[in-house]
Design a protein around this ligand. Structure first.
Ligand SMILES: Cc1cc2nc3c(=O)[nH]c(=O)nc-3n(C[C@H](O)[C@H](O)[C@H](O)COP(=O)(O)OP(=O)(O)OC[C@H]3O[C@@H](n4cnc5c(N)ncnc54)[C@H](O)[C@@H]3O)c2cc1C
Length: 492
């Protein structure tokens, strides 16, 4: 029976865990969190997937409340610029989906099928999903009048402010908060965790522990020596540099994250109400931190000597083999990390917390619960890793060694090999997706969007061959966007 939980770490993962568990578990379970002010948090992580809406909804926290306190903006998808040099496919949008898209999406899948077999057909996803238009036309993804239509959207937010918001909420739910450095961890003879000691002389005892200590992985890796499965042969970006820039007046932005391919990686641009968040994710095998910072500054239009804070980060990419063992579960960067190209880290944190809570709510857990939990977390991590790796495998750039290596040296998983084979041979792609659906985290439209959006098509057949492609649906998406989605204006 669990009656006391100690969370080590007060980053977004720690406070999301504290808030969620304190809202779900019986009041008899005491929850404490200890965090170090000296070490601080990773301080990035400002993009999300639509699952975050469900997280706040499940806690009855209104959008208006948390968005206002974290400088948040809406996101309808990710614009990928310059990842492909195929003509007509230099840019594409990975949309969040909505019910309006049902009809044009079918046209898109059909046209992709034609284009995969070499026929002339418009197969850029931008033309078939309203989310791309919402962003392009400076609209908000939140419906003005509310027809009964499901629209997925996500958010951008200030990571530090989100942490503070979650902290205040969790504390008002009764979570005890300690600020101190954990200096040692006490275990019993069977390797079960018993307590942690801090530099303030505090001994914190609990019978269940959540490791949210970030890349340090203080409990799971340092203390319990859990095995780390590296993804570095699949995803070789291992560093990032982040720079914040001010907004201009009027602050006009699209409801999107922009991912722009640079020389040795890619740059994110995230609009907040109060500023821009920008960063360059790169491979330290291909460039230095200084050159990456200079390239980022140059791309942002800043001089190399500009007085801006550049935050340099190292990234450990991979996951634990066992996320939960004994009385300790690792959540957040301490359990693993996939580079932020699809902004999936907090989604994985959310799944980890919700799956854990479902089990703990029953009051006790078994070895079978832990096994199922670990299997599901590994499936989610590996599924996201596969999808993210495909961006690199599909890139068609030849202008730097980085992009050539990304295409040629990335280890391709069996599932991705299988999908590529079916796609390239013009086989039934639906059937191929179905065969491996249990392993896939991303749904059908995302696979079509990335493969076709990055221009993975054979040479076109001779013009004498008639394919009769269906009409593109630009007019439809444009009409729907203009009719239902309001203009997006922000008052900082
Ligand atoms: C470059 C980059 C970009 C990212 N972009 C995105 C994104 O767009 N979307 C997304 O979802 N995610 C993103 N992430 C991931 C996201 O930032 C993290 O998943 C999220 O912030 C959660 O981090 P965390 O709480 O696990 O770790 P941290 O924020 O590192 O927190 C760790 C906590 O543990 C504490 N701690 C460590 N050691 C001790 C100790 N000895 N004693 C006491 N306390 C200790 C620290 O003080 C801190 O409070 C990105 C990550 C990186 C590196």
């Amino acid at each position: 029976m669990i009656n006391s939980i100690l969370i080590v770490g007060g980053g977004t993962a720690g406070w999301m865990t504290a808030l969620y568990l304190s809202s779900r578990l019986p009041t008899g379970v005491s929850i404490s969190l200890v965090e170090s002010q000296d070490i601080g948090t990773v301080g990035v992580g400002e993009g999300s997937t639509p699952y975050l809406k469900q997280f706040f909804d499940s806690l009855d926290i209104p959008e208006k409340e948390w968005m206002a306190q974290t400088d948040a903006t809406y996101k309808s998808g990710i614009r990928f610029d310059d990842w492909s040099h195929e003509s007509g496919y230099e840019s594409y949008f990975h949309p969040f989906f909505n019910e309006f898209d049902k009809k044009p999406a079918e046209m898109f899948f059909y046209n992709c099928g034609l284009r995969r077999r070499g026929f002339e057909a418009n197969a850029n996803p931008d033309n078939y999903f309203t989310a791309a238009y919402i962003a392009e036309r400076f609209k908000s993804p939140v419906l003005a009048q509310a027809p009964d239509i499901q629209v997925d959207y996500a958010y951008h937010f200030d990571a530090t402010k989100l942490g503070h918001f979650l902290r205040d909420k969790a504390k008002s739910n009764g979570v005890k908060h300690h600020v101190a450095n954990v200096t040692s961890v006490g275990t019993d003879s069977k390797g079960k965790l018993k307590s942690v000691m801090t530099d303030t002389g505090l001994k914190l005892v609990a019978n269940f522990f959540v490791d949210c200590s970030g890349f340090q992985s203080l409990l799971a890796q340092k203390t319990l020596k859990r095995k780390f499965v590296s993804y570095s042969d699949v995803l070789f970006n291992d560093a990032a540099v982040a720079i914040q820039t001010p907004t201009k007046s009027p602050h006009k932005f699209k409801a999107q994250t922009r991912s722009l391919a640079l020389k040795n990686g890619w740059m994110w641009q995230i609009p907040l109400t109060s500023r821009w968040g920008n960063g360059y994710v790169y491979s330290s095998r291909h460039t230095t931190a200084k050159d990456a910072e200079d390239e980022l500054k140059q791309t942002l239009g800043l001089s190399p000597n500009a007085e801006v804070e550049a935050r340099h980060l190292k990234m450990k990419v991979g996951r634990l083999e066992e996320h939960w063992g004994g009385n300790c579960v690792a959540i957040g960067l301490s359990q693993g990390f996939i580079e932020p190209l699809e902004a999936t880290a907090l989604m994985l944190v959310q799944f980890a917390i919700q799956n854990l809570s479902l089990i703990l709510e029953s009051g006790s857990f078994s070895g079978h619960d832990m096994m199922r939990y670990n299997k599901e977390m590994n499936r989610l991590f590996d599924g996201v890793k596969d999808y993210v790796s495909l961006h690199y495998i599909l890139n068609s750039r030849k202008d730097s060694q980085y992009w050539v290596d990304a295409r040629e040296e990335t280890i391709v998983s069996d599932n991705i090999k299988y999908l590529l084979k079916a796609w390239d041979r013009g086989e039934d792609f639906e059937a191929a997706l179905k065969v491996i659906e249990e392993d896939l985290v991303y749904l059908r439209p995302s696979w079509y969007c990335i493969l076709s959006g990055m221009g993975r098509h054979p040479e076109r057949l001779q013009p004498t061959v008639k394919a009769g492609p269906v009409k593109v649906s630009m007019d439809y998406c444009q009409r729907i966007t203009d009719k239902y989605f309001p203009d997006y204006s922000i008052t900082p």
